[in-house]
Design a protein around this ligand. Sequence first.
Ligand code: 8OZ
Length: 360
Amino acid sequence: MRKSLFDPIEIGDLKLSNRIVMAPLTRNRASANGDCPNELMALYYAQRASAGLIISEGAQISPQGKGYAWTPGIYSAQQIDGWRKVTDAVHAQQGRIFIQLWHVGRISHPSLQPNGQLPVAPSAIAAKAHIFDGKGFVPTPKPHALESNEIDAIIEDYRLAATHAKSAGFDGVELHGANGYLIDQFLHDQSNQRSDRYGGSLENRTRFLSEVLTALTKVWPSKRIGVRLSPFSSFNSTADTNPQETFAYVISKINEFNLGYLHLVEGETGGSRELPAGGNIAKLRSHFDGAYIANNGYNYELAQSQIDRGAADLIAFGKDFISNPDLVERLRRGAPLNIPNQNTFYGGGAEGYTDYPLLA
Ligand code: 8OZ
């Protein structure tokens, strides 16, 4: 039978009321003192709880995992308390919410790092990127190449963050493996030039991701874990010699973990859906047996047609969820959408965050 975007779906034992997902969106509204989620964030997420699933903005798993001012963490007791406000508010509206576990790797700056240290990465190769440090945009420096004991410590940070996510009341966790952050830096051959067991072959470049997933599955049932990847994005100066081959391998490997979902950014992050020559999303997806969440530049028509064709199980909307807390209802009615204001995407208060109007 033909499925609609508005039909319920189950991911493992988790029942979602529709197939519309709120994509993870960095909004830089955490409280500056301690990078804590707060009441304003709880209101923002609760307003969007009619999504079948909310994926939170990226939450750094450790102070070292931070790359931008005012992003929330998931490593301290106060942060867990702050996230509890968010999950309680979403659940009170019958919503479901996963937290996105984030380590930025080399996409950071000493001004944001503990003791002014260098950001870390698989190899000491700078990204041609900029981060916002609270005052302005600064270029990302050449990072410190991780020693193998430091890699072990980061995997432990992921495991701890996953336990904190449980304490904070989340329904599951999404591993941020996209957009040129730490996990993606290991996967792509441009940023990973290691000669140990974490670099070189595809198997080796995927090892860090696999070890993180092993850690997460010690904490969560596998179906409560998803992974987000962006195989063809150049965001944060990501590059790979053969992304189709790399990600066919990566996704086959992920499939061994029996996860709840795979979530792909189709094309350039926040940009074109066009793929480079040889790029094929359907082929990549065929390596994964769980639910598939498609993202990037979707509108209602494209979303429903992908569901009709069986090309996706759920569709994640980003910018439209920023400006339309009642996006699900608007799509259902074919109502016009509010236009998002780019000037209030990153940082600030309620303006452009919790003040977008509902349908009359
Ligand atoms: C935009 C600005 C800052 C961070 C991502 C977490 O691209 C981000 C991000 C996006 O995944």
